[in-house]
Design a protein around this ligand. Structure first.
Ligand SMILES: C[S@@+](CC[C@H](N)C(=O)[O-])C[C@H]1O[C@@H](n2cnc3c(N)ncnc32)[C@H](O)[C@@H]1O
Length: 133
């Protein structure tokens, strides 16, 4: 399952903080079988996933779906992608980062001070990655 946020003025350069009426949709999405066309059809501006890096067996399907998501760039700006995780097993988390690297998806860890309203500030094992797809 994935949440995505669309701004009202699709296709225009609209900064997230200026968007007064974001449209939030919920869509069923099987990472393993979703097609590039289906992902493009979502027309997502922002993709937020929480607690999806929890099992080494799902990492390839997740990174594969993120790679397909990058084809959304074809006719419009690529979505902003944020992945929040509680690091329960550092090996699984490192595997995710390694697979992102292999897939050519750049990422950065968002420093805690930039997200002062998140629980994340008081829970050092919670991290947020921003992906550049
Ligand atoms: C630990 S739960 C996190 C739930 C999420 N934070 C929420 O509040 O709904 C992991 C999620 O990954 C999803 N998931 C695992 N493998 C998946 C796949 N191949 N395709 C789509 N979703 C998958 C599961 O359905 C589950 O919702």
């Amino acid at each position: 399952m994935t949440w995505s946020i669309q701004t009202e003025s699709q296709g225009q350069e609209v900064e997230g903080e200026n968007c007064q009426n974001p449209k939030v949709i919920v869509a069923e999405l099987d990472w393993g079988s979703v097609t590039e066309e289906q992902l493009q059809g979502l027309r997502a501006d922002v993709v937020i996933a929480a607690d999806v890096v929890y099992d080494p067996e799902i990492i390839l399907a997740l990174t594969g779906m993120l790679q397909k998501l990058s084809t959304c760039r074809a006719d419009r700006r690529a979505p902003e992608v944020f992945i929040a995780s509680t690091i329960r097993n550092p090996d699984t988390y490192q595997l995710f980062q390694a697979e992102l690297d292999k897939a050519g998806i750049r990422w950065q860890m968002i420093p805690a001070h930039r997200s002062c309203n998140f629980l994340y500030d008081v829970q050092p094992d919670v991290t947020i990655l921003q992906l550049f797809i």
